[in-house]
Design a protein around this ligand. Structure first.
Ligand SMILES: [Zn+2]
Length: 204
């Protein structure tokens, strides 16, 4: 019989997406065998993180401050906003250094079956930001799924009325693929070749 602590740790790790019981066993064994260099620092950092991880008040990213490192960075292009479904998508874009503007995390897509109405997503705050922060382009980087497309359409309708340019990541992204699973080169290309859905009218 394993100790209760080891058992619990295996259970927690195996509940994570992409890690089965076998991987969990291997990971934990490595951690224990490298107690000084792995287990102790990991325990320390997890403890620290659990005490001070926040969701950014502006964009919805995670950081150890209530405003994330992206939102406070004055060297980024503060007039262009990339709208993503999940924090994982934001991290995927950042991982490849693909984008130098700001982000907005919706927290999902519209989905009548799951009960995700516009009010359930971080949409009101998005409209407020577009109005208040002098945004001149909104890139809709929601996934190429039925729900991701429906969400992009929904957002476009309102953003158009604010007369702000709307673009969408170029076609060619794998259907159904979350940004996190797309390689950096493909994602970068989809961003550079983004299609214009609505162009700002000058006289409005
Ligand atoms: Zn932020």
């Amino acid at each position: 019989m394993k100790s209760a602590e080891i058992d619990l740790l295996i259970k927690i790790l195996s509940s994570l997406q992409g890690i089965g019981p076998r991987s969990a066993n291997r990971i934990i064994l490595q951690l224990i065998q490298k107690k000084e260099s792995l287990l102790i620092p990991l325990a320390k950092i997890l403890n620290e993180l659990s005490e001070k991880v926040y969701k950014c008040n502006i964009c919805g990213n995670y950081d150890t401050k209530d405003l994330c490192y992206i939102c406070v960075n004055q060297n980024r292009d503060r007039n262009i906003l990339c709208v993503v479904e999940q924090v994982a998508d934001l991290w995927a874009m950042e991982r490849g250094n693909l984008f130098n503007g700001l982000y907005h995390v919706l927290g999902g897509t519209l989905n009548a079956i799951k009960g995700y109405s516009p009010e359930k997503l971080n949409i009101e705050k998005l409209y407020k930001r577009i109005k208040a922060d002098n945004i001149n382009e909104v890139i809709l980087a929601t996934s190429v799924t039925t729900m991701g497309q429906a969400t992009a359409h929904y957002l476009t309708d309102t953003i158009k009325k604010m007369n702000v340019k709307v673009t969408r990541l170029a076609r060619g992204l794998p259907a159904g693929g979350e940004l996190d699973y797309i390689d950096d080169a493909t994602l970068g290309q989809a961003l550079r070749e983004r299609t214009i859905i609505y162009e700002k009218e000058k006289n409005k």
